[in-house]
Design a protein around this ligand. Structure first.
Ligand SMILES: Nc1ncnc2c1ncn2[C@@H]1O[C@H](COP(=O)(O)OP(=O)(O)OP(=O)(O)O)[C@@H](O)[C@H]1O
Ligand SMILES: [Mg+2]
Length: 259
């Protein structure tokens, strides 16, 4: 099996600051990967490179796109989205004046991929594009448990539900790789437990490769099959949760007495 994503010697400099320094990763299809490290370690910057928000200073990002290896580093975000990459943001980005349902519909219409387009073109005449988009959006809302709130304004949802709405928006673009930037931030233990189940469920159902940034170590250690650790922009470790918990460099840089 070929990796779905290969990061090779990736570097991002901001002036004199090296936020991501010579980072390499290899991710297999369907893996559930954790990305951890102290504040300012470069985790979000790495996601920004992987999703086209920033251009790499050096290095390559190779993604398997329909069996072909493509270098996606430096491509525009919409192009990377087209290849099947979706994300959520550390600072939630929703359209606050729109309803929950409209937020997902907009994500679908903005990011119509070939698969979606073909599906739309094949629709029977009586079945309008609008109705199809609405029904798909409703399906994703059911998936994340927000269908009952579809007519509420996004801004009126509690924080944890706004994070789940972001996941519905990400699913709406039918990705094969999903990046989640601190999905449990601001959630209580029950919401975090529900989120863990949700991530497992959508990974199975939509055959996703998931990479998540998290400071909640119970979630990371519980859910991730493999974990990468960043510190001052450098990847200092990579291994199973058990290996990471017992890695002396990781304990020193990040975990400390916590575990
Ligand atoms: N656009 C930018 N311009 C200049 N410096 C930046 C920019 N984006 C990030 N940085 C710097 O790069 C470093 C890494 O930041 P980043 O946000 O990637 O960290 P992080 O690991 O996501 O931290 P946190 O856990 O707090 O979210 C920080 O020192 C940050 O100030
Ligand atoms: Mg961050």
């Amino acid at each position: 099996m070929e990796p779905v994503l290969e990061v090779k010697n990736l570097t991002k400099n901001f002036g004199g600051l090296c936020a991501v320094s010579n980072v390499s990763m290899e991710i297999m299809p369907g893996e559930l990967i954790g990305l951890i490290g102290p504040n300012g370690a470069g985790k979000t910057t790495l996601f920004n490179l992987l999703t086209g928000v920033y251009e790499p200073s050096e290095g390559l990002i190779e993604m398997d796109v329909d069996g072909k290896k493509r270098q996606i580093g430096g491509l525009k975000p919409y192009k990377i989205t087209d290849y099947g990459v979706a994300r959520t943001f550390q600072n939630i980005r929703l359209f606050k004046s729109m309803t929950v349902l409209e937020n997902v519909q907009v994500a679908m219409q903005r990011n119509i991929r070939y698969g979606t387009m073909t599906a739309i073109l094949r629709l029977p005449k009586f079945y309008s594009e609008e109705r199809w988009v609405r029904e798909k959006a409703e399906e994703y809302l059911k998936e994340v448990g927000l269908y009952g709130k579809r007519h509420e304004l996004a801004t009126n949802l509690p924080y944890g539900e706004q994070r789940r709405l972001e996941i519905a928006r990400a699913l709406a673009i039918q990705p094969k790789i999903l990046y989640l930037d601190e999905p449990a931030a601001g959630m209580n233990p029950q919401e975090t437990a529900d989120l863990t189940n949700l991530i497992h469920k959508i990974r199975e159902k939509y055959h996703l490769t998931v990479i998540l940034i998290e400071h909640d170590m119970s979630l990371v250690m519980n859910i991730c099959e493999r974990i990468y650790v960043l510190d001052y922009g450098k990847m200092i470790a990579n291994g199973t949760p058990e290996e990471i918990k017992n890695n002396e460099f990781v304990i020193k840089a990040y975990l400390g007495e916590e575990i």
